[in-house]
Write a protein that binds this ligand. Structure first.
Ligand SMILES: *[C@@H]1O[C@H](CO)[C@@H](O)[C@H](O)[C@H]1NC(C)=O
Ligand SMILES: *[C@@H]1O[C@H](CO)[C@@H](O)[C@H](O)[C@H]1NC(C)=O
Length: 564
């Protein structure tokens, strides 16, 4: 006898339908919950901007066909700068916003979006945007054109995306996807900044900084002398190291119009160290991740850790979190871990294994500084310290599978829950806002419970008291006769594109004199400050565009860095 499958199936269906009628049930589903967390890592289909909401406007981002609300006050961390969502777009006279993603549609642009679904709406908390996230290229430099600053790795034509011309000729076509103008993101494997000569006699990128062997070949490893002992024509750690044909480089960039790779990060395989204990000394940060720690037994938190590479392995490096005042934007440093770099191969490698130690609250950026302080490096680069944005915030993971996923706890991230002070455009070529506006809490909030906010007085100028002395280890015990600098006040205000920065500082030495240098869109070289008596000095400096840091140096050897 044949088994009539069709009949059996129809009977089964009829039975199910009957059960549905009897019990009033549809097909069963697993119970869902709201809010629920999400982390989308995928291809960007579309991005929109709520143009009418001004510079801190939000919008939407669609990743693999899933549309997420981008709250107002969202800032995006790019390879070297942090920008407002509005800076990701160009807006025409008719008010149409177009994403500033070069070659969108022909090249893969990707987003990593963390958020929560709240009342059925996907709301973002953290967004990272990349072109070809995992792009990493390597090879020998096969040609360099000094007149354009372009260089080649065989058939691939590259240019440093360097709007301010720190490491070579300026390139201004794609000012979002740039090198880092303040930290040496174009560097040797030991963190020393490298450059593309602007011509064959470029004194800021001289071939004398690449000594040769007996056969006339450029050395790929050597030690810089103490800068105090450098004589003319010697390699000099105060000047960048030129890249030459034959250097082996590891690099990433953004593909842009004209078949060009606009490079934002480059490591040259050069083992160049600075003389022990001297300045400038350099470092760069390879990786830094921040674990979000939640007091909930159903989840497990990950580790907070970082890895850096130092040009001077003899001086310990302090790792610190950078807490930001939600009203003034002033940064206070919070020490995380002090580590001595490796003295054996790989010399200079410095691991910061904080492990499961709770480093809360997480900060958008972290900093690293040699304990003997910073100095002014070539072309306004800060030597001796490195500020690193966090690209990897690690949210806790469930340890009992099947229980509800915990919503992402953005309320534990102060720069999202409370804001981060006055908006400073990340784009180095952007015209600053005529009147400051404060970056506040994400709106709508990506969670079901609104965290408390801080009410900030409307700002006319940014002002704060900062005590950021980078003199040795502790600021109360000057070592080796170096004086300690205490910042009494630091204000930076912007009026019609001109930033006026005023700093008053005190030195612990009664004989020292202080000078101030400004780093930012327009660098101002060190200028003597005016003595007010009793070791107190003051100076006001006007700059075009954004001022990011004031560096106070003393004839007594002390240095203090004031983030602005
Ligand atoms: C994306 O969403 C639209 C509208 O909901 C739908 O028509 C389309 O099939 C979806 N595409 C993919 C690839 O899922
Ligand atoms: C070489 O480049 C440097 C830096 O841009 C410039 O100051 C100098 O005048 C240039 N020299 C020549 C000969 O073009």
């Amino acid at each position: 006898m044949f088994l009539d499958l069709g009949l059996a199936f129809r009977q089964a269906l009829a039975l199910l339908a009957l059960l549905d009628i009897v019990y009033g049930q549809a097909t069963p589903t697993a119970p869902t919950y709201d809010p629920s967390p999400f982390n989308y890592f995928g291809t960007i289909d579309a991005m929109t901007l709520n143009v009418a909401d001004g510079p801190l406007a939000g919008g939407t981002i669609t990743v693999n066909n899933l549309t997420v609300t981008v709250p107002k006050n969202t800032l995006i961390t790019l390879p070297s700068i942090t920008v407002a969502w509005s800076e990701m777009f160009t807006v025409d006279d008719a008010g149409n916003a177009t994403p500033q993603l070069p070659l969108l549609g022909t090249v893969s642009w990707e987003a990593n979006v963390f958020g929560n679904v709240v009342s059925g709406q996907d709301i973002a908390g953290l967004i990272f945007i990349f072109q070809e996230t995992f792009q990493l290229l390597q090879g020998f430099i096969t040609d360099i054109d000094y007149t354009t600053g372009h260089f080649w790795v065989r058939s691939l034509e590259c240019v440093l995306n360097d709007p301010l011309g720190r490491y070579g000729l300026p390139y201004t076509d794609n000012p979002l996807w740039t090198v880092d103008p303040d930290n040496p993101s174009i560097h040797t494997a030991t963190g020393v900044p490298v450059c593309i000569p602007r011509n064959s006699t470029d004194s800021e990128c001289p071939l004398t900084n690449r000594p040769t062997d007996g056969n006339g070949n450029y050395l790929t490893s050597y030690n810089f002398p103490d800068p105090a002992l450098v004589s003319a024509g010697d390699p000099d750690p105060r000047i960048m190291v030129p890249l030459v044909v034959g250097d082996y480089i590891t690099f990433s960039g953004t593909k842009v119009e004209g078949d060009l790779l606009a490079v934002y990060s480059l490591v040259a395989n050069l083992g160049i160290y600075t003389s022990p204990g001297t300045k400038p000394a350099y470092m760069y940060v390879e990786a830094a991740q921040y674990a979000i720690v939640v007091g909930d037994p159903t989840v497990e938190s990950d580790q907070t850790r970082a890895t850096a590479q130092a040009s001077d392995p003899t001086v310990p490096i302090q790792w610190f979190a950078m807490d930001v005042d939600p009203c003034t934007g002033v940064v206070s440093e919070r020490d995380l871990l002090l580590v001595q770099p490796e003295s054996a191969a790989p010399v200079g490698l410095t691991k910061f294994p904080l492990g499961k130690t709770d480093a809360s609250p997480p900060t958008r950026q972290v900093g690293f500084r040699y304990t003997n302080g910073v100095s002014v490096g070539p072309k306004g680069i800060m030597a001796g310290q490195y500020y690193q944005p966090i690209y990897t915030f690690i949210f806790p993971e469930l340890i009992s599978f099947g229980s509800p996923e915990l919503p992402n706890q953005f309320d534990l991230i102060p720069f999202l829950a409370m804001g981060s002070g006055p908006l400073v455009f990340g784009n180095l070529l952007a015209t600053p806002l005529p009147t400051p506006t404060i970056v506040g809490q994400l709106d709508p909030w990506p969670g079901d419970i609104l965290p408390a906010t801080t009410s900030c007085a409307p700002i006319v100028s940014m002002s704060a008291t900062v005590t950021s002395s980078s003199a040795p280890a502790s600021s109360s015990t000057p070592a080796g006769g170096v004086d300690v600098i205490v910042i009494i006040s630091a204000t930076s205000s912007n009026r019609q594109g001109v930033t006026t920065t005023t700093v008053t500082a005190l030195t612990s030495s009664m004989t020292a004199k202080l000078s101030m240098q400004i780093l930012g869109t327009q660098d101002v070289p060190s200028e003597p400050m005016t003595a007010l008596g009793n070791g107190e000095f003051t100076l006001s400096v006007g700059t075009k565009g954004k001022a990011t840091e004031a560096i106070i140096t003393s004839t007594g050897g002390g240095v203090a860095v004031v983030p602005l």
